[in-house]
Design a protein around this ligand. Structure first.
Ligand SMILES: [Zn+2]
Length: 727
């Protein structure tokens, strides 16, 4: 590239999708395009229109013929059509990748830009198709199928697509079947890679880790199968379901309403949800093991924990050598403990083989008994016992030898850390963006079409939506740049903006809030004016509330501020009761994005007809070095929210929360194989059963997983912030 050239990394995305959510097997196969010069946050925000629909690829028809020859012919035809379509798509890019093109940048300067394909985001199956690889092949390295499930410390040769191209050329020129064979040996299909020959493109670098398909829809699906078999083997299924159904609410978390086994749909949303709670639920359902269960339970929990932790840290938006080191360690741990699930990795073939052997041994026994004729009952029993042992032994041996973890999705995790080192965080290339684009660009387009030759209409529909929205964004930017009256907009533009802002725009444009939202008390109960009424409403004796208030005053208030230690005075102060506290919680690794936690307390009454709700919250009570891993915070149940005005000298208003705090045990440390903090209920009779605290010390919702008998596990895997804070 010449000196002073500007590189424009082109990021493409492809993902087959269904056109409707409801019925039919109509599919679309869109290719989207965006560029790396746009900040990833802007790029991934749908309202910024940074993702273009470039093409709808032809979706190959289903294989109808059963004949191998016909199927293979159809496969060849599919591949050739795909190659031709991509040559056409890349043609225009190739022309300017060579000499560059002068382009206007957003800062008003004109630059010589060289757009070069730099990333291709797709799930694994599509990557295999596009790279022309056999099934179970990695696009980055030449790992053989039988090593896919092995530890991360193994290094396999990186793929050299340049070399493959040379071998292909040699074959085309001079023939020689050994050339084809040498490519097939490393999983490469001759002439099928759509990226071959593209100028300045480094094919092995196009691969991007894909958390959604690889981990959530891939590995977690496997993991859940193993967990289910494991629970069944150890008779813990019912306990698991019981814990599963009693999970508390949390922002962005969908509280399961059905038993785990009754859930039929496991898509991205459900799998992510599962990833946030599975460790705690699993650990809770394996509580109090028998001596024989101890060792497998510990290994199983460690294995699940390793995969969950890996999946969480892979979502960090910034990394250090430490976090990458942790990720490598988690993966290593997973491999170290995965053996505990090996018996559940059996294929149908293996199970059949085991059945055949089993039947053989049973027949052997029958024959032996027949030959022996009349034998004493004791001897007969001994023979039966021996045979039973032999049969289970054989079955386990077959399972052990033939079950393995050699599947591609496990291998791909190996490349996550090196990818972060080279290209930065993983979520920036998330396929989630594609899912959103599908909705806006493809499905809406299909809905608006007359369903006849829909592809063209989808493409046209979206180019119009895109053009209008881009113009709108440009106008908004111009309007914002200059002060009122002096804006660079002419009358026509201003009318256009006004008109648009009055009608509902097809694409919602949202402005991000830069200021920190405030903590708010919501849902005032109009019938409550005094402590007496509050006490009745909450079911807490008024005496106890007064004592707590005075304790709060002594603990937290400066002298002049102190609520007067006079119960008669307190009795006259006006009180308001609320049922909701809105707490803005800064998003993890964000500076201006807040999640709103809504902590509810409905007392004894029902919440939306679903029984009463008194949420778990975090209360910041001590310094960061207190309460061990919890860092100065304790979880508790929110039992009341109220506002009281000191009618005395200062007229000050106190916004307070009544919380039933839990206590930690075991030195407040992270305990056991699951690495979660255990918390306990305080004695009902204890003087500090209820605490009154300022609402500013309530820092957010807590997610606790019940462990029975007034015990809970603090679910620190519920979101990235908690995961990062509690360790
Ligand atoms: Zn690999």
């Amino acid at each position: 590239m010449p000196e002073g050239a500007t590189l424009v990394p082109v990021i493409c995305m492809s993902d087959q999708t269904h056109l409707t959510n409801f019925s039919g097997d109509k599919k679309a196969w869109p290719v989207y395009l965006t560029i790396g010069n746009v900040r990833s946050k802007t790029r991934n925000s749908p309202s910024k229109m940074a993702i273009l629909l470039v093409a709808l690829l032809p979706v190959p028809p289903k294989f109808t013929s059963k004949k191998a020859k016909k199927r293979s012919a159809q496969r060849t035809a599919n591949d050739e059509i795909l190659n031709a379509v991509f040559s056409f798509i890349f043609e225009s890019l190739e022309a300017i990748a060579k000499h560059g093109k002068e382009m206007c940048c957003s800062d008003g300067k004109v630059r010589q830009c060289f757009p070069v394909l730099a990333a291709w985001i797709a799930d694994h199956a599509e990557n295999e198709t596009l790279h022309g690889l056999k099934r179970m092949s990695c696009a980055v390295c030449e790992v053989p199928v039988e090593r896919l499930g092995w530890d991360t410390k193994e290094v396999h040769p990186a793929r050299d697509y340049q070399k493959y191209a040379e071998i292909e050329e040699r074959y085309v020129n001079t023939g020689g079947e050994h050339n084809v064979a040498s490519l097939l040996a490393v999983g490469v299909k001759m002439g099928r890679n759509i990226f071959t020959g593209l100028l300045r493109v480094e094919i092995p670098l196009l691969f991007k880790p894909d958390i959604l398909h690889n981990i959530y829809l891939g590995l977690f699906k496997h993991l859940m199968q193993w967990i289910e078999d494991f629970l069944k083997k150890h008779g813990r299924q019912e306990l698991f379901d019981e814990v599963w159904k009693s999970l508390p609410p949390y922002p962005g978390f969908f509280v399961p309403k059905k038993a785990y086994r009754e859930v039929t749909q496991w898509q991205g949303k459900e799998m992510r949800n599962l990833g946030r709670c599975i460790l705690g639920v699993f650990a809770s359902s394996l509580r109090s093991p028998t001596p024989a269960q101890q060792s497998p339970f510990v290994d199983a929990i460690r294995c699940v924990r390793a995969l969950v932790d890996f999946s969480l840290m892979a979502q960090y938006r910034s990394h250090t050598e430490d976090t990458l080191g942790y990720m490598e360690q988690y993966l290593h741990d997973f491999h170290r403990y995965k053996e505990v699930f090996q018996e559940f990795r059996t294929s149908k073939k293996t199970r059949q083989e085991a059945d055949v052997h089993d039947e053989q041994l049973r027949l052997n026994l029958e024959r032996k008994l027949k030959e022996a004729g009349k034998i004493p009952a004791a001897k007969r029993r001994r023979l039966l016992d021996e045979n039973r042992l032999e049969r289970t032994g054989k079955r386990e041996e077959i399972h052990r030898n033939q079950s393995h973890f050699n599947f591609i999705k496990l291998h791909l995790l190996v490349h996550y850390c090196s990818h972060v080192r080279k290209f930065g965080n993983i979520p920036m290339y998330s396929t989630d963006v594609g899912e959103l684009a599908h909705k806006v660009q493809i499905k809406e387009g299909y809905r608006h079409s007359n369903k006849n030759d829909a592809s063209r209409q989808i493409l046209h529909y979206y180019s119009r939506v895109h053009a209008v929205s881009m113009r709108l964004l440009t106008l908004r930017a111009l309007q914002a740049r200059k002060p009122e009256g002096a804006s660079g907009l002419d009358n026509a533009d201003r009318c256009f903006l006004d008109e648009i802002s009055q009608t509902r725009s097809a694409i919602q444009l949202t402005e991000t809030e830069a200021t920190r939202p405030r903590r708010l008390l919501r849902g005032r109960d109009k019938n409550i004016n005094s402590f007496k009424q509050l006490s009745e409403n909450l079911g807490i004796p008024v005496e106890q509330i007064f004592n707590e208030l005075m304790r709060y005053g002594r603990r937290s208030l400066q002298n002049p501020d102190r609520l007067i230690a006079n119960k008669e005075r307190l009795d006259t102060m006006p009180v308001e009761q609320f049922n909701q506290l809105q707490i803005p919680v800064l998003g993890f690794q964000e500076t201006d994005v807040y999640d709103i936690h809504r902590a509810r307390t409905t007392g004894e009454r029902s919440f939306r007809n679903g029984g009463s709700r008194n949420d778990w919250v975090w209360v910041a009570l001590g310094a960061a070095n207190e309460y061990g891993a919890l860092r100065g915070k304790l979880p508790g149940r929110l039992r009341g929210l109220f506002k009281v005005r000191d009618t005395g000298t200062n007229g000050k208003v106190y916004r307070l929360a009544i919380v039933q705090l839990l206590q930690t045990a075991g030195g407040n440390r992270i305990s056991g194989a699951h690495g979660l903090v255990k918390v306990f209920a305080r004695q009902q009779t204890s003087t500090d059963e209820f605490w009154i605290v300022d609402i500013t010390t309530v820092t957010g919702l807590a997610h606790l997983i019940p462990e029975g008998d007034g015990k809970w596990l603090v679910n620190s895997r519920i979101d990235l912030r908690t995961f990062n804070d509690v360790y």
